[in-house]
Design a binder for this molecule. Structure first.
Ligand code: SF4
Length: 519
């Protein structure tokens, strides 16, 4: 999935919400309150980039990182992942949508009606409080309709225009079922290969000759061959189905709305709709590095065992395969850990070394995306730079993509390609590091960045003092959530939430009175 600048999108978040229910103080409390940790966040993360997230503590940046990894049940919104093909995973939600295309489209029509009604109400009201309230409702209705529309068009694209969706459903379900068959066969081939490598290792240890080993593993080779033949047949069947799908698409391609709908067709995976075991399959792709490595390392396991755990559970190596030792030692070396550490326990290491172990455990699985949640915040400054440089080296070597969460603006500036600034559950500004530090457009970003200590004696910039406390994320202020602390706030800020929009190329901001617009 490439965007307009040809950067490949790895993750696309649309209108993501993560709310946590607040425990009621008494059974008489009627209203269920929520902590709005992430409140309507939209964002793209490109392959190979480091996206820095900054903001005061409690702004929801860690929650965003964890929600992306589906460690929480996302409350609302879409989180699309493009590091793995939908055909490869064949998740069940695809089956459910394709099987119920007719009712799904009917649901969408109802939501679109609600949206049109909300627009009518909004337009009929004079400017004022009532209209601002109607605008909130309109935006919500738009989001719900958009989400339902994307859920369908992502899978059927231009075929959305077909009057009769039954044949569309039939052929796409056939494609889906064939993908499942192919996935099962690929898994079987992988399992046999892992078992064979494990057995070879055991036999070599017993001192068997190469020809004896080859004889012993014949059964695996023949199983693999059989599965490969079956897979070839299934892939041929897939090709035939593709031809039929293209024929059906050609039938509708002249429809005036075909292209409009077809541009939303893609092979990304909607992470929030995956079942636990489907998400488990993607866990190796998407890793988390914690702030406190000690609490995330099992004290009863040695470094070697800690790194090998994931390798076995994700079926990268068989437990009997002796090659795993070399692999672990190589990973440790890549992460700056001496080979003799392999049999030591976490308590025998310093904070920096433990963080290296945490990193080694993650990168051993060859992930595509890593959330680094305050990964260096607990370390001494000298160790911080070593860990940051290690992360940058690994990123280069393994083509990793990072979301780097930190409250330390200097660290974020050093490591990030782009920076997102969060305030009370929202991303209020997002741009390239150079641009955002040179031209902050949001008053909160301006205040945050003005507090960075500088060694430049000629720097006459005054620190902008943020007045007041962060408001409660349970009942955030109306309109722009920052208005209670913003020195530029006007009447509209108190009533209407600003939209997150592209103010300069690649520079997004949510503010009614953007700063530095003339530069
Ligand atoms: S919208 Fe208004 S209150 Fe919010 S940041 Fe902009 S100027 Fe300040």
């Amino acid at each position: 999935m490439a965007n307009k600048n040809d950067k490949k999108v790895l993750i696309r978040i649309q209108n993501l919400k993560q709310y946590f229910p607040v425990k009621k103080a008494s059974f008489r409390d009627k209203e269920q309150l929520f902590v709005r940790a992430n409140d309507d966040i939209s964002l793209e993360i490109y392959e190979g980039e480091t996206l820095g997230l900054v903001g005061e503590s409690g702004c929801g940046k860690s929650t965003l990182g964890r929600t992306l990894l589906q460690l929480y049940n996302q409350t609302d919104g879409r989180t699309m992942y493009y590091g793995c093909d939908i055909d490869e995973l064949a998740p069940e939600y695809v089956f459910n949508t394709l099987d119920n295309l007719v009712s799904e489209r009917r649901k969408l029509t109802d939501l679109q009606k609600k949206e049109a009604e909300a627009l009518k109400v909004f337009e009929s009201l004079p400017e004022g409080d009532e209209q601002y309230h109607a605008l909130d409702k309109l935006r919500e209705a738009e989001k719900q309709a958009r989400k339902a529309y994307l859920d369908i068009t992502q899978l059927i694209g231009g075929l959305f225009v077909a009057d009769d969706l039954a044949p569309v459903s039939k052929i796409l379900l056939k494609e889906y079922n064939t993908s499942i068959e192919a996935r099962k066969l690929r898994n079987k081939i992988n399992d046999e290969q892992i078992k064979m490598e494990g057995e070879k290792s055991v036999l070599a240890e017993k001192g068997k000759s190469e020809s004896e080993i080859n004889n012993e593993v014949q059964k695996y080779l023949s199983n693999i061959k059989n599965h490969e033949n079956e897979l070839a047949k299934v892939e041929k069947e897939m090709e035939a189905i593709q031809v039929d799908i293209e024929k059906l698409r050609a039938k509708y391609s002249d429809h005036p709305d075909f292209a409009k709908n077809d541009k939303y067709r893609d092979k990304g995976i909607d992470l929030a709709r995956l079942k636990i075991e489907e998400m488990r399959y993607l866990r190796k792709d998407m890793q988390l590095i914690f702030q406190d490595p000690y609490s995330s390392l099992n004290p009863r396991l040695t470094v070697g065992q800690i790194i090998s755990e994931g390798l076995y559970s994700h079926k990268i190596f068989a437990k009997t395969d002796k090659k795993v030792q070399d692999y672990i030692l190589q990973t440790m070396e890549d992460c700056g850990l001496a080979p003799y550490f392999v049999h030591r326990y976490p308590h025998q290491f310093s904070g920096g070394q433990r963080q290296r172990i945490g990193i080694a455990r993650s990168v051993a699985l060859k992930p595509k995306f890593i959330v680094c949640d305050e990964a260096v915040s607990a370390l001494d400054v000298s160790i911080q730079s070593q860990i940051i440089n290690l992360l940058l080296d690994l990123k280069e070597k393994e083509n990793l993509t990072y979301m780097f969460i930190s409250h330390d603006l200097s660290v974020i500036k050093y490591i990030s390609d782009r920076v997102g600034v969060m305030y009370l559950g929202n991303i209020v500004e997002l741009s390239t590091t150079e641009e955002i530090y040179a031209h902050p457009m949001h008053p909160y970003t301006e205040a945050l960045f003005s507090a960075i200590p500088t060694t430049d004696v000629d720097d006459k910039k005054k620190a902008v003092i943020l007045e007041g406390d962060i408001p409660s994320p349970i009942k955030p202020p109306s309109g722009c959530k920052f208005h209670t602390r913003c020195r530029y706030a006007t009447d509209i800020c108190k009533k209407v939430a600003p939209t997150f929009e592209e103010a300069r190329p690649g520079h997004f901001v949510a503010c009614h009175h953007k700063l530095n617009t003339a530069d």
